[in-house]
Design a protein around this ligand. Structure first.
Ligand code: PLP
Length: 396
């Protein structure tokens, strides 16, 4: 009626995964058991010792506001962790607490981008990147990566750059492709950007989930003169299976950090105080336990990845490379579209859901029409069942 959503929000698209979720719900309400491979969150419980640290935080009175930048012990803990795990020197003054990597990315984009600034986003992309840029009235410029097997290269960045480019958004390991850009290539890309005074956001929320021969790499280890141009968005969500806790951080130069904190001071204020306390303790005093948790999850993902991808590669019309990181298999179904009654990858996803009762995410929301994303952040048993159910309805 009289209500009109603001232009800033009207420019943003709704979540691309929402439709899949609604379809799953609809089938479940009809009593149909659906295996959901759309979820982008670890299926492991949050570590018990971090839960206990949160309770400790509560009983110690960490129940009040903290500074918008977060608790001092939280920034100090992140700094210590990066030094201990990577040998990277990150000053606490460059660190701001955030409610997950999502808010870190939101804050970093909004505190940098002016209307008309061009923001380079490699395709396929995590759904929120272009929408946040749209919100800021920035101009999204996509970088095509398919010719290099969806791995971002300096060459592809060079082709997309203009004199209005202000920011590049990196995401390696990547959602949705599971591809990893090598440390050398990332360094070359950031050198190129820094030379042109183009800033870079490195969304490292899947940082630790990298499979050999690829190696874990954080841009925090780059020299300070390059780091000046970079904001890292980090998170506990995937790393420690703590998605619901809403805790992450940004690491950026001090001026950028001040902007990030000013913006946050007028929105979420800060992530929950006892959660900051628990995370600070976990990655310092319980460093070994924390890294064990990560390594156990990584081992499990490795097994699931092999099981799922091996099977998917054998399904007629599916083409799937072995993912190098994160927990997604990215399947090319273009051999199926244009025939078999499928006009798009969304049709293939609907068919798998309606007939096979397996939910996967259509790639078009990630800028990758013709592809499907399968999350293997679910049990081996579920993955086996999903594959059997898909095979039983493959009639092409
Ligand atoms: C690339 C990427 N960045 C950020 C996020 C959000 O993470 P967080 O829970 O830390 O906000 C996700 C979640 O799926 C993601 O895939």
């Amino acid at each position: 009626m009289d209500f009109r959503i603001s232009q800033n929000v009207a420019r943003m698209k709704g979540s691309a995964t929402l439709k899949a979720m609604q379809d799953v719900l609809r089938l479940r309400e009809q009593g149909i058991e659906v295996i959901d491979l759309t979820v982008g969150e670890p299926d492991f419980p949050s570590p018990r010792f971090i839960c206990e640290l949160a309770i400790e935080g509560l009983s110690k009175g960490y129940t009040k506001y903290t500074p918008s930048k977060g608790l001092k012990v939280y920034a100090e803990a992140i700094s210590e962790f990066y030094y201990r795990r990577f040998g990277a020197q990150v000053s606490p003054s460059q660190i701001a607490a955030s409610c997950g990597a999502k808010q870190a990315v939101f804050n970093a984009i909004c505190s940098l981008i002016n209307p008309g600034d061009e923001v380079l986003i490699p395709k396929p992309y995590w759904v929120s990147f272009p929408e946040i840029v749209n919100f800021c009235n920035g101009k999204v410029v996509f970088i095509e990566t398919e010719e290099n097997d969806f791995i971002l290269s300096l060459e592809s960045v060079k082709r997309a750059v203009t004199d209005k480019s202000k920011l590049l958004i990196l995401n390696s390991p990547n959602n949705p492709t599971g591809r990893v850009t090598s440390a050398e290539e990332i360094k070359k890309i950031i050198e190129f950007c820094a030379d042109r005074k183009i800033f870079v956001i490195a969304d490292e929320c899947y940082l630790f989930f990298v499979y050999p021969p690829m190696e874990v790499f954080t841009v925090a280890t780059l020299p300070a003169e390059l780091r000046h141009f970079v904001c890292i968005a980090g998170s506990f969500s995937k790393t420690f299976s703590m998605t619901g806790w809403r805790i992450g951080y940004s690491i950026a130069n001090e001026e950028w950090t001040k902007g990030i904190v000013r913006l946050q001071s007028h929105s979420a204020s800060h992530p929950t105080s006892f959660v900051q306390y628990a995370c600070a303790k976990a990655i310092t005093e319980k460093f070994d336990e924390s890294m064990n948790v990560v390594n156990e999850m990584l081992d499990e993902y490795k097994k699931r990845r092999e099981l799922l991808v091996f099977e998917l590669q054998r399904i007629s019309g599916f083409e799937c490379k072995m993912p190098q990181g994160a927990f997604y298999a990215f399947v090319d179904v273009r051999a199926l579209t244009g025939k078999n009654g499928f006009s798009s990858s969304a049709d293939v996803a609907s068919y798998l859901l309606e007939k096979g009762h397996v939910a996967v995410t259509d790639g078009s929301g990630f800028g990758a029409e013709g592809f499907l994303r399968f999350s293997y952040a679910t049990s081996t048993e579920n993955l086996k069942k999903a594959v059997e159910q898909i095979k039983s309805v493959v009639k092409w």
